[in-house]
Design a protein around this ligand. Structure first.
Ligand code: SR1
Ligand code: MG
Length: 388
Protein backbone atom coordinates (compact mmCIF):
# COMPACT_ATOMS: atom_id res chain seq x y z
CA UNK A 1 0.00 0.00 0.00
CA UNK A 2 1.16 3.52 -0.78
CA UNK A 3 2.17 4.96 2.59
CA UNK A 4 1.22 8.48 1.40
CA UNK A 5 -2.43 7.43 1.48
CA UNK A 6 -2.26 7.20 5.25
CA UNK A 7 -1.66 10.92 5.59
CA UNK A 8 -4.96 11.83 3.91
CA UNK A 9 -7.63 10.35 6.14
CA UNK A 10 -8.28 8.07 9.06
CA UNK A 11 -8.20 4.35 8.35
CA UNK A 12 -8.19 1.70 11.08
CA UNK A 13 -5.03 -0.34 10.68
CA UNK A 14 -4.98 -4.09 10.51
CA UNK A 15 -2.09 -6.53 10.66
CA UNK A 16 -0.97 -5.94 7.04
CA UNK A 17 -1.55 -2.20 6.87
CA UNK A 18 0.26 -1.74 10.18
CA UNK A 19 3.37 -3.20 8.53
CA UNK A 20 3.04 -0.87 5.51
CA UNK A 21 2.41 2.07 7.80
CA UNK A 22 5.50 1.37 9.89
CA UNK A 23 7.81 1.22 6.86
CA UNK A 24 8.42 4.96 7.01
CA UNK A 25 10.08 4.36 10.40
CA UNK A 26 11.32 0.83 9.85
CA UNK A 27 11.95 0.56 6.09
CA UNK A 28 12.25 -3.22 5.93
CA UNK A 29 9.39 -4.06 8.30
CA UNK A 30 8.08 -7.55 7.57
CA UNK A 31 5.84 -8.70 10.40
CA UNK A 32 3.45 -7.43 13.03
CA UNK A 33 2.27 -8.98 16.26
CA UNK A 34 -0.03 -7.91 19.06
CA UNK A 35 1.99 -7.26 22.21
CA UNK A 36 -1.08 -7.56 24.45
CA UNK A 37 -4.88 -7.53 24.46
CA UNK A 38 -5.40 -3.79 25.14
CA UNK A 39 -8.70 -2.44 26.51
CA UNK A 40 -8.71 0.96 24.87
CA UNK A 41 -6.65 1.09 21.64
CA UNK A 42 -5.13 -1.23 19.08
CA UNK A 43 -1.41 -1.81 19.36
CA UNK A 44 0.99 -3.52 16.95
CA UNK A 45 4.62 -4.41 17.40
CA UNK A 46 6.12 -4.17 13.88
CA UNK A 47 9.36 -6.04 13.30
CA UNK A 48 11.96 -6.40 10.55
CA UNK A 49 14.15 -9.39 9.73
CA UNK A 50 17.08 -7.89 11.63
CA UNK A 51 15.00 -7.90 14.82
CA UNK A 52 14.45 -4.12 14.91
CA UNK A 53 10.97 -3.11 16.00
CA UNK A 54 8.64 -0.20 16.72
CA UNK A 55 5.30 0.05 18.49
CA UNK A 56 2.41 1.39 16.40
CA UNK A 57 -0.53 2.36 18.57
CA UNK A 58 -3.77 3.58 17.02
CA UNK A 59 -6.84 5.07 18.67
CA UNK A 60 -10.09 3.62 17.35
CA UNK A 61 -13.22 5.80 17.25
CA UNK A 62 -14.61 3.71 20.11
CA UNK A 63 -13.48 1.99 23.30
CA UNK A 64 -11.92 -1.24 22.06
CA UNK A 65 -13.03 -3.53 24.91
CA UNK A 66 -16.69 -2.43 24.50
CA UNK A 67 -16.97 -1.79 20.75
CA UNK A 68 -18.73 0.96 18.81
CA UNK A 69 -21.52 1.31 21.36
CA UNK A 70 -18.99 3.35 23.40
CA UNK A 71 -17.71 6.02 20.96
CA UNK A 72 -14.46 7.67 21.99
CA UNK A 73 -12.44 10.58 20.74
CA UNK A 74 -9.48 9.94 18.44
CA UNK A 75 -7.92 12.93 20.22
CA UNK A 76 -6.65 10.56 22.90
CA UNK A 77 -3.74 9.78 20.57
CA UNK A 78 -2.66 13.43 20.80
CA UNK A 79 -2.90 13.33 24.59
CA UNK A 80 -0.83 10.14 24.65
CA UNK A 81 1.85 11.59 22.35
CA UNK A 82 2.10 14.93 24.17
CA UNK A 83 2.18 13.27 27.58
CA UNK A 84 4.92 10.93 26.41
CA UNK A 85 6.94 13.88 25.16
CA UNK A 86 6.53 15.75 28.42
CA UNK A 87 7.36 12.66 30.46
CA UNK A 88 10.57 12.27 28.47
CA UNK A 89 11.48 15.82 29.51
CA UNK A 90 10.45 15.61 33.18
CA UNK A 91 11.48 12.00 33.85
CA UNK A 92 14.04 11.17 31.17
CA UNK A 93 14.67 7.52 30.47
CA UNK A 94 11.55 6.29 32.26
CA UNK A 95 9.24 6.11 29.23
CA UNK A 96 9.70 4.87 25.65
CA UNK A 97 10.86 7.54 23.18
CA UNK A 98 8.15 9.10 21.02
CA UNK A 99 8.99 8.52 17.36
CA UNK A 100 5.96 10.08 15.65
CA UNK A 101 2.42 11.29 16.17
CA UNK A 102 0.09 11.27 13.16
CA UNK A 103 -3.11 13.24 13.92
CA UNK A 104 -4.96 12.13 10.77
CA UNK A 105 -4.49 8.46 11.54
CA UNK A 106 -4.59 8.92 15.35
CA UNK A 107 -1.39 6.89 15.52
CA UNK A 108 1.46 7.17 17.98
CA UNK A 109 4.68 5.43 16.97
CA UNK A 110 7.09 4.79 19.80
CA UNK A 111 10.24 2.97 20.73
CA UNK A 112 9.74 -0.75 21.34
CA UNK A 113 11.46 -1.48 24.62
CA UNK A 114 12.95 -4.86 23.88
CA UNK A 115 13.83 -6.98 26.88
CA UNK A 116 10.93 -5.59 28.92
CA UNK A 117 7.66 -7.30 29.77
CA UNK A 118 4.40 -6.01 31.22
CA UNK A 119 4.95 -5.69 34.97
CA UNK A 120 1.58 -7.31 35.74
CA UNK A 121 2.58 -10.44 33.77
CA UNK A 122 5.91 -10.57 35.58
CA UNK A 123 4.23 -10.24 38.98
CA UNK A 124 1.69 -12.93 38.12
CA UNK A 125 4.53 -15.30 37.21
CA UNK A 126 6.46 -14.35 40.40
CA UNK A 127 9.27 -12.80 38.36
CA UNK A 128 10.90 -10.10 40.43
CA UNK A 129 12.52 -7.03 38.85
CA UNK A 130 13.84 -5.27 41.95
CA UNK A 131 14.61 -1.90 40.32
CA UNK A 132 11.06 -1.31 39.07
CA UNK A 133 9.16 0.02 42.12
CA UNK A 134 11.69 2.75 42.93
CA UNK A 135 11.75 3.92 39.33
CA UNK A 136 7.96 4.16 39.25
CA UNK A 137 8.09 6.23 42.45
CA UNK A 138 10.74 8.45 40.93
CA UNK A 139 8.60 8.87 37.81
CA UNK A 140 5.60 10.02 39.88
CA UNK A 141 7.70 12.51 41.84
CA UNK A 142 9.47 13.94 38.80
CA UNK A 143 6.21 14.30 36.89
CA UNK A 144 4.60 15.98 39.88
CA UNK A 145 7.35 18.52 40.37
CA UNK A 146 7.87 19.13 36.64
CA UNK A 147 4.21 19.74 35.80
CA UNK A 148 2.82 21.33 38.97
CA UNK A 149 3.02 24.99 39.90
CA UNK A 150 6.47 24.15 41.30
CA UNK A 151 7.85 23.26 37.89
CA UNK A 152 6.35 26.01 35.76
CA UNK A 153 4.83 29.45 36.22
CA UNK A 154 1.18 29.13 37.40
CA UNK A 155 -0.10 30.68 34.16
CA UNK A 156 1.65 27.97 32.13
CA UNK A 157 0.34 25.27 34.41
CA UNK A 158 -3.17 26.52 33.71
CA UNK A 159 -2.45 26.28 29.99
CA UNK A 160 -1.25 22.74 30.59
CA UNK A 161 -4.66 21.92 32.09
CA UNK A 162 -6.28 23.16 28.89
CA UNK A 163 -3.86 21.25 26.63
CA UNK A 164 -4.55 18.04 28.52
CA UNK A 165 -8.28 18.54 28.87
CA UNK A 166 -9.32 14.88 28.56
CA UNK A 167 -13.01 14.68 29.47
CA UNK A 168 -13.86 11.45 27.67
CA UNK A 169 -11.10 9.38 29.21
CA UNK A 170 -11.66 10.97 32.61
CA UNK A 171 -15.32 10.05 32.04
CA UNK A 172 -14.32 6.38 31.64
CA UNK A 173 -12.56 6.51 35.00
CA UNK A 174 -15.42 8.38 36.66
CA UNK A 175 -17.87 5.73 35.41
CA UNK A 176 -15.85 2.53 35.67
CA UNK A 177 -13.85 3.25 38.82
CA UNK A 178 -15.94 5.55 41.01
CA UNK A 179 -19.57 5.02 39.96
CA UNK A 180 -20.65 1.76 38.33
CA UNK A 181 -18.98 -0.73 40.72
CA UNK A 182 -20.93 0.87 43.60
CA UNK A 183 -24.36 0.40 42.05
CA UNK A 184 -26.28 -2.10 39.95
CA UNK A 185 -24.91 -0.84 36.62
CA UNK A 186 -25.02 -2.66 33.28
CA UNK A 187 -21.26 -2.42 32.81
CA UNK A 188 -20.51 -4.50 35.91
CA UNK A 189 -19.04 -7.92 35.41
CA UNK A 190 -18.93 -10.51 38.19
CA UNK A 191 -20.00 -14.10 38.74
CA UNK A 192 -22.94 -15.52 40.68
CA UNK A 193 -20.67 -16.41 43.62
CA UNK A 194 -20.13 -12.69 44.31
CA UNK A 195 -23.75 -11.53 44.17
CA UNK A 196 -24.16 -11.61 47.97
CA UNK A 197 -21.03 -9.61 48.90
CA UNK A 198 -21.50 -7.16 46.04
CA UNK A 199 -25.11 -6.46 47.04
CA UNK A 200 -23.84 -5.71 50.53
CA UNK A 201 -21.47 -3.12 49.07
CA UNK A 202 -24.29 -1.59 47.05
CA UNK A 203 -26.40 -1.14 50.18
CA UNK A 204 -23.53 0.23 52.28
CA UNK A 205 -24.41 3.91 52.64
CA UNK A 206 -21.10 4.84 54.18
CA UNK A 207 -19.29 3.34 51.21
CA UNK A 208 -21.61 5.07 48.71
CA UNK A 209 -20.82 8.38 50.37
CA UNK A 210 -17.09 7.66 50.28
CA UNK A 211 -17.25 6.78 46.56
CA UNK A 212 -18.96 10.11 45.81
CA UNK A 213 -16.40 12.05 47.84
CA UNK A 214 -13.47 10.31 46.17
CA UNK A 215 -14.97 10.92 42.72
CA UNK A 216 -15.41 14.59 43.60
CA UNK A 217 -11.74 14.82 44.58
CA UNK A 218 -10.74 13.22 41.27
CA UNK A 219 -12.97 15.59 39.30
CA UNK A 220 -11.90 18.81 40.98
CA UNK A 221 -8.20 18.50 41.87
CA UNK A 222 -5.82 20.00 39.29
CA UNK A 223 -2.30 19.84 40.68
CA UNK A 224 -0.07 18.24 38.05
CA UNK A 225 -0.09 16.13 34.91
CA UNK A 226 -0.90 12.63 36.06
CA UNK A 227 -0.75 9.40 34.12
CA UNK A 228 -4.35 8.63 34.94
CA UNK A 229 -4.13 4.83 34.54
CA UNK A 230 -0.91 3.75 36.23
CA UNK A 231 -1.79 0.13 36.92
CA UNK A 232 0.80 -2.62 36.60
CA UNK A 233 -0.30 -3.19 32.98
CA UNK A 234 0.85 0.35 32.13
CA UNK A 235 4.36 -0.34 33.40
CA UNK A 236 7.02 -2.36 31.60
CA UNK A 237 9.54 -4.21 33.71
CA UNK A 238 12.98 -5.59 32.99
CA UNK A 239 16.41 -5.98 34.53
CA UNK A 240 17.06 -2.32 33.67
CA UNK A 241 14.04 -1.21 35.71
CA UNK A 242 10.58 0.14 34.96
CA UNK A 243 9.24 2.12 32.01
CA UNK A 244 5.87 3.86 31.96
CA UNK A 245 3.58 3.43 28.93
CA UNK A 246 -0.05 4.08 27.93
CA UNK A 247 -0.35 7.78 28.75
CA UNK A 248 -3.68 8.36 26.98
CA UNK A 249 -5.58 8.89 30.26
CA UNK A 250 -3.29 11.81 31.22
CA UNK A 251 -4.79 15.02 32.51
CA UNK A 252 -3.98 17.64 35.11
CA UNK A 253 -5.37 15.94 38.19
CA UNK A 254 -4.54 14.64 41.67
CA UNK A 255 -1.11 13.01 41.97
CA UNK A 256 -2.64 10.84 44.72
CA UNK A 257 -4.61 9.06 42.01
CA UNK A 258 -1.45 7.72 40.35
CA UNK A 259 0.00 6.76 43.72
CA UNK A 260 -3.25 5.03 44.71
CA UNK A 261 -3.47 3.14 41.42
CA UNK A 262 0.06 1.78 41.86
CA UNK A 263 -0.56 0.78 45.49
CA UNK A 264 -4.00 -0.66 44.70
CA UNK A 265 -2.54 -2.84 41.97
CA UNK A 266 0.32 -4.04 44.17
CA UNK A 267 -2.31 -4.93 46.77
CA UNK A 268 -4.31 -6.85 44.16
CA UNK A 269 -1.16 -8.81 43.32
CA UNK A 270 -0.44 -9.35 47.04
CA UNK A 271 -3.95 -10.65 47.75
CA UNK A 272 -3.86 -12.92 44.70
CA UNK A 273 -0.53 -14.44 45.76
CA UNK A 274 -1.57 -14.73 49.43
CA UNK A 275 -4.70 -16.62 48.38
CA UNK A 276 -2.47 -19.00 46.41
CA UNK A 277 -0.11 -19.48 49.38
CA UNK A 278 2.80 -17.82 47.56
CA UNK A 279 3.92 -16.31 50.84
CA UNK A 280 7.46 -15.40 49.86
CA UNK A 281 6.37 -13.51 46.74
CA UNK A 282 3.51 -11.86 48.64
CA UNK A 283 6.10 -10.43 51.04
CA UNK A 284 8.01 -9.15 48.04
CA UNK A 285 4.92 -7.12 47.06
CA UNK A 286 4.97 -5.31 50.38
CA UNK A 287 8.64 -4.49 49.74
CA UNK A 288 7.73 -3.24 46.26
CA UNK A 289 5.09 -0.91 47.72
CA UNK A 290 7.56 0.35 50.31
CA UNK A 291 10.29 0.95 47.71
CA UNK A 292 7.78 2.76 45.48
CA UNK A 293 6.56 5.09 48.22
CA UNK A 294 10.07 5.68 49.64
CA UNK A 295 11.40 6.57 46.22
CA UNK A 296 8.47 8.94 45.66
CA UNK A 297 9.06 10.72 48.97
CA UNK A 298 12.87 10.80 48.61
CA UNK A 299 12.81 12.10 45.04
CA UNK A 300 10.23 14.66 46.06
CA UNK A 301 12.36 15.79 49.02
CA UNK A 302 15.28 16.40 46.67
CA UNK A 303 13.18 18.43 44.21
CA UNK A 304 10.74 20.22 46.53
CA UNK A 305 11.21 24.02 46.45
CA UNK A 306 12.74 25.15 49.78
CA UNK A 307 10.55 28.25 49.88
CA UNK A 308 7.44 26.01 50.26
CA UNK A 309 7.67 24.71 53.84
CA UNK A 310 4.70 22.29 53.78
CA UNK A 311 6.03 19.13 52.21
CA UNK A 312 4.99 17.07 55.27
CA UNK A 313 1.39 18.28 54.87
CA UNK A 314 1.47 17.47 51.18
CA UNK A 315 2.72 13.92 51.81
CA UNK A 316 0.20 13.24 54.59
CA UNK A 317 -2.69 14.43 52.44
CA UNK A 318 -1.43 12.58 49.36
CA UNK A 319 -1.02 9.27 51.22
CA UNK A 320 -4.51 9.48 52.72
CA UNK A 321 -6.08 10.26 49.35
CA UNK A 322 -3.99 7.54 47.69
CA UNK A 323 -5.32 5.02 50.25
CA UNK A 324 -8.89 5.83 49.25
CA UNK A 325 -8.11 5.74 45.53
CA UNK A 326 -6.37 2.38 46.02
CA UNK A 327 -9.57 1.13 47.63
CA UNK A 328 -11.63 2.01 44.56
CA UNK A 329 -9.18 0.11 42.34
CA UNK A 330 -9.48 -3.03 44.46
CA UNK A 331 -13.26 -3.00 44.15
CA UNK A 332 -13.50 -2.00 40.48
CA UNK A 333 -11.17 -4.82 39.36
CA UNK A 334 -13.49 -7.40 40.98
CA UNK A 335 -16.95 -5.89 40.40
CA UNK A 336 -16.54 -3.61 37.38
CA UNK A 337 -16.09 -4.00 33.65
CA UNK A 338 -12.32 -4.50 33.37
CA UNK A 339 -10.82 -7.04 35.74
CA UNK A 340 -7.35 -7.86 37.03
CA UNK A 341 -6.04 -11.10 35.55
CA UNK A 342 -3.94 -11.47 38.72
CA UNK A 343 -7.16 -12.59 40.43
CA UNK A 344 -9.30 -13.78 37.50
CA UNK A 345 -6.66 -16.24 36.32
CA UNK A 346 -6.26 -18.01 39.65
CA UNK A 347 -7.05 -21.59 38.64
CA UNK A 348 -8.41 -22.93 41.92
CA UNK A 349 -11.99 -21.74 42.49
CA UNK A 350 -11.59 -21.51 46.27
CA UNK A 351 -8.36 -19.51 46.08
CA UNK A 352 -9.83 -17.19 43.45
CA UNK A 353 -12.94 -16.62 45.58
CA UNK A 354 -10.77 -15.83 48.62
CA UNK A 355 -8.75 -13.29 46.62
CA UNK A 356 -11.95 -11.67 45.33
CA UNK A 357 -13.46 -11.39 48.82
CA UNK A 358 -10.18 -10.10 50.25
CA UNK A 359 -10.00 -7.45 47.52
CA UNK A 360 -13.56 -6.28 48.26
CA UNK A 361 -12.82 -6.13 51.99
CA UNK A 362 -9.51 -4.30 51.46
CA UNK A 363 -11.11 -1.89 49.02
CA UNK A 364 -13.90 -1.00 51.40
CA UNK A 365 -11.55 -0.53 54.36
CA UNK A 366 -9.25 1.75 52.36
CA UNK A 367 -12.09 3.81 50.93
CA UNK A 368 -13.40 4.42 54.45
CA UNK A 369 -9.96 5.01 55.94
CA UNK A 370 -9.13 8.17 57.84
CA UNK A 371 -5.92 9.43 59.36
CA UNK A 372 -3.65 7.02 57.48
CA UNK A 373 -0.26 8.21 58.67
CA UNK A 374 2.17 5.76 57.07
CA UNK A 375 2.45 3.25 54.29
CA UNK A 376 2.64 0.42 56.83
CA UNK A 377 -0.68 1.54 58.24
CA UNK A 378 -2.24 1.73 54.76
CA UNK A 379 -1.01 -1.78 53.93
CA UNK A 380 -2.22 -3.22 57.25
CA UNK A 381 -5.68 -1.68 56.84
CA UNK A 382 -5.92 -3.44 53.48
CA UNK A 383 -4.52 -6.85 54.27
CA UNK A 384 -6.29 -7.27 57.63
CA UNK A 385 -9.61 -5.78 56.58
CA UNK A 386 -12.81 -7.25 58.05
CA UNK A 387 -14.88 -9.29 55.57
CA UNK A 388 -17.59 -7.42 53.65
C1 SR1 B 1 -13.03 -0.08 29.36
S1 SR1 B 1 -11.51 0.46 29.52
C2 SR1 B 1 -11.19 -0.26 31.01
C3 SR1 B 1 -10.01 0.22 31.64
O1 SR1 B 1 -8.87 0.02 30.84
C4 SR1 B 1 -7.98 1.06 31.10
O2 SR1 B 1 -6.74 0.55 31.35
C5 SR1 B 1 -8.55 1.86 32.24
O3 SR1 B 1 -8.17 1.36 33.49
C6 SR1 B 1 -9.98 1.68 32.01
O4 SR1 B 1 -10.78 1.98 33.11
MG1 MG C 1 -3.80 1.19 29.23
Amino acid sequence: MDTELFALRYLPLDHDTAISYARRFLPSATAAELPGPGNVNQVFRVIDDAGQSVIVKQALPYLKIVGDSWPLTLGRARIEAEALKLANQCAPGLTPALIDYDPAMAVVVMEDLQGFEVWRSALMAQRDYPAVPAQVGEYCARMFVGTSDFGMPPSQRKLLSARFCNPELCGITEALVFTDPFQDAGSNNFGAELVGPVRKLWSDRELQRAACLIRYHFRTTSESLIHGDLHTGSILAGPAGGRIIDTEFSFVGPVAYDIGVVLGNLLISFLAHRAQHHDRFATRLWLAADQFWSSFTETLAALWPPQEPWQDRFLARTLQCAARYAGTKLIRRVVGLAHAPDIDEIVDDGERFKAQLDALAAGRALMLSNGVASLVQLWDIAIDAPAV
